[in-house]
Every structure is written in structure tokens, then in C-alpha cells.
Write a protein that binds this ligand. Structure first.
Ligand code: PDD
Length: 284
């Protein structure tokens, strides 16, 4: 089926939407993006994604291409046009088009594209089976808090992990501490303590991560926002990852170290359920 996608004010069949070869997103990854989940045909925690979009744009001195209310209207129109019940809406803002140059005109009009992707997030087999992750060096730039489209390092790392028989990869800084996953935030549980890296420039401050933190109160868990080592992760009681595209998914093995009994942990399962309930209650 041909999707309807959005490009700079137009709704087009996906094979008719085109971007210039001079677009700075194409030439220099000079662009930012957001991925919002859709469940029950509605946008999940979308306002928080759009707040982060504004922040990413601000950090790169890029203008907001449309008022937020109009962006939401486009997202909803794409969901309706493509009859999307569950999946994601992808949104990408580039700095615009100009002849190739490291300097840019701060007044370039940005390009905005959006499209939907259908996928089963709630009934994902990975939620039942759990994921096996492989750690690898984090070779990305130093402003990972900005959601740019410079995703080559993560893409290569995930390819390497999958080629080695794993499901995904967690990245590790020079000190041997986990930063985050290829496209998700990384968490471990040790006893009654949940540990995840604090939101500095080292990681993307996930919207799912923030929602999960807000939901922790109900579980009587202590949260420690601090770096944790690969070694600590190998010996965790449970581990999981969080992202808009996966929600909360259990990690059952890290670098061949089986966590607990090798099955998705009970806490992860409960947090995933509570998170899906939160999304269902607030999706719009
Ligand atoms: N990625 N860290 C990285 C590097 C990410 O790319 C993502 C999300 C996250 C989780 O953020 P959130 O909970 O806001 O989705 C953390 C999206 C889903 C992607 O690239 O498809």
C-alpha cells in the first residue's frame, strides 16, 4: 500500500515526495527528528516529543517550521489518511537547501517531512522473549542530547550486534559505562534500585524514560540516575530499554551474561504494562 506522506505543506503519495540533493540534512545530517508512538489510532505522549523537538531546534539555532498546533494537525491527518492504528509518526526538520558550504545562512527556510510507520508495539514478540544485547564502544559526537539524524554510528553498531547473533546493542563510553542503546535508553535493576544514566549531553533524554521515571512511585523502587558499568549490567537482576518505538522491553542477556533466569523480569513486565496504561489514558 502506498502511504500518504507530508512534505512542506503537501500530502503526497510516498514515491512522489522528493527532497533536493542540496538539502543540508542530506549533505551534513544538519537536521533533527522526532518519533511519536501511535496506539489505538492516537498520538502517545506527543506533547513531550514536541517540547523536545523545540529544544533540539533551539540548540542548533533552527527555526520551528510550523507552529506546534499545526504539526499536531499534520500528524493527525497522516494517521487518518493512512488508517494507522499502531506504530509511529516520524517527523524530520532539516535546516534547508543551499549550495554545499560549512557556513550556512541562518535564515534558510527549513524543510519538514513526516510519515507514518505501521508496526505492532504492544504485541511485540520481544516483550515476551526479551532481548539479547551486545555492548560496543560509543563513537558518537558529544551532543547526544540533541535528537539529530546523525545515526550512522548507531546503525553500524546495531548491524554489528545483529550480525553477531544479538538483537540490539548498548553503547559504552571510554570509562566502560553504558551510555544508552542504539535507539533507546538503558536501565538495570539491582534489588530495589533502578539505575539509568542521568540526562546530560551524553544521552538523549528519552520521553519514554521520563514517563517511566514519573511512574516509578507506584512501585516503591529507588531511582539512581548515575552511570553504570558494563560489568554492573552483566550482574544486574533485570535490565530493560525504553523508547517510543518499543515502549519498555526486557533485556535478558548482555554480552552472553544471562540475567536472572534468562526470562523477562517481573518488574520490567509490570512497568511495561503500567506505561501502556498511561499511554492509553493520555493518548490524543
Ligand atoms: N529513538 N536514545 C536514543 C539514541 C534514541 O534514538 C532514542 C529514540 C531514545 C529513546 O527516546 P524516546 O523514549 O524519546 O523515544 C534514546 C527513536 C525511537 C528512533 O530513532 O527511532
Amino acid at each position: 500500500m502506498t502511504r500518504t506522506v507530508y512534505i512542506n505543506g503537501d500530502y503526497l503519495p510516498e514515491n512522489e515526495a522528493k527532497i533536493s540533493i542540496f538539502d543540508r540534512g542530506f549533505l551534513m545530517a544538519d537536521s533533527v527528528y522526532e518519533v511519536s508512538a501511535v496506539i489505538d489510532g492516537k498520538l502517545a505522549d506527543n506533547a513531550a516529543h514536541l517540547r523536545r523537538l523545540e529544544r533540539s531546534l533551539h540548540e542548533l539555532a533552527m527555526p520551528l517550521p510550523l507552529p506546534l498546533a499545526e504539526i499536531v494537525a499534520v500528524q493527525k491527518r497522516l494517521i487518518a489518511a493512512n488508517n494507522l492504528q499502531e506504530g509511529t509518526v516520524y517527523l524530520h526538520v532539516t535546516r534547508g537547501e543551499a549550495d554545499r558550504d560549512f557556513l550556512y545562512d541562518p535564515n534558510l527556510p527549513p524543510n519538514l517531512v513526516m510519515f507514518t510507520q505501521a508496526r505492532a508495539i504492544i504485541n511485540s514478540p520481544a516483550a515476551e522473549k526479551g532481548l539479547r544485547v551486545m555492548t560496543q564502544a560509543d563513537i558518537r559526537w558529544a551532543r547526544r542530547d540533541i535528537k539529530t539524524t546523525q545515526l550512522l554510528a548507531q546503525s553500524l553498531a546495531k548491524m554489528t550486534a545483529v550480525a553477531a547473533g544479538y538483537d540490539d546493542t548498548w553503547l559504552m563510553d571510554d570509562a566502560g559505562n553504558i551510555t544508552e542503546g542504539s535507539s533507546n535508553n538503558a536501565w538495570i535493576r539491582r534489588g530495589q534500585t533502578l539505575i539509568t544514566r542521568p540526562p546530560t549531553h551524553d544521552i538523549l533524554n528519552g520521553i519514554t524514560r521520563q514517563a517511566a521515571i514519573a511512574l516509578l512511585g507506584a512501585f516503591g523502587m529507588t531511582l539512581e540516575e548515575r552511570p553504570f558499568s558494563v560489568e554492573e549490567a552483566h550482574h544486574a537482576d533485570e535490565a530493560f530499554l525504553s523508547s517510543a518505538g518499543a515502549f519498555i522491553l526486557p533485556v535478558v542477556e548482555i554480552d552472553g551474561h544471562r540475567l536472572g533466569d534468562g526470562k523477562p523480569g517481573a518488574f520490567t513486565r509490570q512497568l511495561r504494562e503500567r506505561y501502556i496504561q498511561f499511554l492509553r489514558e493520555t493518548a490524543e
